[in-house]
Design a binder for this molecule. Structure first.
Ligand SMILES: [Ca+2]
Ligand SMILES: [Ca+2]
Length: 136
């Protein structure tokens, strides 16, 4: 018998879980305040809708989003959105020196802890330094 009872058909549209990898920039050898201690919020937009907004800084242990750092964490959203097309990022601009140089965010769809589908990379390479929604 070769039958696998655990075979399932995975509906890509049912994904609500993602691994995100956020890279904070390091613009030169001399620190320019690239890191931040502000609260950062993210929302994903797909071809079938958009997620709720999640505060990613509460999902990162220790001092999140510091100069040159790569922070990796898993996010569970409330609803599925189909294929990821865009991302929105905003800062509450709290704390000392809240300006943040965001290099990029990678978004990998997960089923359980298994990668499914392609990683989507959003290149920002810009300062997040006012209270507005930045979309890529
Ligand atoms: Ca800063
Ligand atoms: Ca920080």
């Amino acid at each position: 018998m070769n039958k696998n009872p655990h075979t399932y058909s995975l509906d890509q549209n049912a994904i609500t879980r993602y691994r995100m990898t956020v890279k904070t920039g390091k613009l030169s050898w001399w620190p320019k305040g690239e890191g931040t201690d502000a609260d950062i919020y993210v929302r994903l937009i797909g071809d079938k809708g958009q997620t709720n907004e999640v505060e990613i800084t509460s999902l990162i242990p220790g001092n999140a989003l510091e100069r040159g750092d790569t922070d990796t964490f898993t996010v569970n959203f409330e609803n599925a959105i189909g294929n990821v097309k865009k991302i929105q990022v905003r800062s509450d601009m709290s704390g000392v020196g809240p300006d943040w140089y965001l290099e990029r965010i990678d978004v990998q769809p997960l089923f359980g802890n298994k990668d499914v589908g392609k990683n989507v990379r959003f290149a920002f390479n810009q300062w997040i330094d006012i209270k507005k929604v930045y979309e890529k």
